[in-house]
Design a protein around this ligand. Structure first.
Ligand code: NDP
Ligand code: 8X3
Length: 252
């Protein structure tokens, strides 16, 4: 029996890394990518120790030529991708529109929307050819609601939500499942990235309440893909109990 293959974008930290570990434990072989090569090697070693075969690729998803080369140059045995987890993404800054940094806007739009599209465009034909597959798009509560100064990040995640619905509508006839996962606050490197390395500001985001951890989301992803093939989990919104709405956290 052949082993299933999952490709996870942004597997160098946080939700992507946790998902890679959970999928390795579930018996998957993994293609992992991200920009930080040292991190990819560390994660790869961890996955190999669990028993998974691993293919590592350093790639910036904003570069459509590199994304195309990455997938077209995969060895044939790695092209039968069963699961694509579109996880790579970021928030950059937390400012009003009037104070917004255009570089931040470009980075979020280019990564969260265009990067997700570039890699999906390469993998969908492979899944269509196999008449099976499962695409998991990591959206956010910021793709369901908005919060003060979330503006462009919220816009990119609303776009992910719309793209997820469009993919599901279009790919069902090829037996390809599509799931949107929309977390609230998960303690990862997310806030450190958003606040550009300001450790104190980033750690304050998670003070005084019990945030989600990356394993919470990874477990949900494994649950979605392990449902029987006639069952598609369309959409999961997963929140800390203390965060009943976007941008609203009950802190002690
Ligand atoms: P992390 O910052 O820990 O992880 C983000 C991952 O995305 C890293 O592996 C990073 O890898 C990768 N990445 C970012 N930009 C690029 C790029 N241009 N090309 C390739 N890879 C890239 O944050 P999270 O784990 O929290 O974030 C994962 C996803 O979850 C994101 O889409 C985020 O928007 C979403 N999310 C997060 C929430 C949270 O509260 N943490 C809540 C809701 C959704 P590298 O830097 O090595 O390239
Ligand atoms: C991030 C969700 O609520 O931390 O996508 O902004 S939140």
């Amino acid at each position: 029996m052949t082993t299933n293959i999952a490709l996870i974008t942004g597997a160098t930290s946080g939700i992507g890394k946790a998902t890679a570990i959970h999928l390795a434990k579930a018996g998957y072989n993994l293609i992992i990518c991200g920009r930080r090569s040292d991190r990819l090697i560390t994660v790869s070693d961890e996955l190999s120790a669990i028993g998974a075969k691993v293919l590592v690729k350093v790639v910036d998803l904003r570069n459509k030529i590199d994304v195309e080369t990455f997938i077209s140059s995969l060895p044939p045995e790695w092209k039968k991708i069963d699961v694509l987890v579109n996880n790579a993404g970021l928030a950059a800054g937390l400012s009003s529109f009037a104070d917004g940094d255009l570089e931040d806007w470009d980075e979020m739009i280019d990564t969260n929307i265009k990067g997700l599209l570039y890699i999906s465009r390469q993998i969908m034909p492979l899944m269509v050819e196999n008449s099976k597959g499962h695409i998991i798009n990591i959206g956010s509560i910021a793709g369901k609601e908005i919060y003060p100064n979330g503006n462009v990040y919220c816009g990119t995640k609303h776009a992910v939500d719309a793209l997820t619905k469009s993919m599901r509508r279009e790919l069902a006839e090829y037996n390809i499942r599509v799931t949107g996962i929309h977390p609230g606050a998960v303690e990862t490197e997310f806030s450190l990235v958003r606040f550009k390395g300001d450790v104190e500001r980033a750690s304050k985001v998670y003070e005084g309440f019990e945030n989600l951890v990356a394993d919470d989301i990874a477990e949900a992803i494994v649950w979605c893909i392990s449902r029987p093939s006639h069952v598609n989990i369309n959409d999961l919104v997963i929140m800390p109990t203390a965060q009943p709405a976007a941008g609203f956290i009950l802190r002690k």
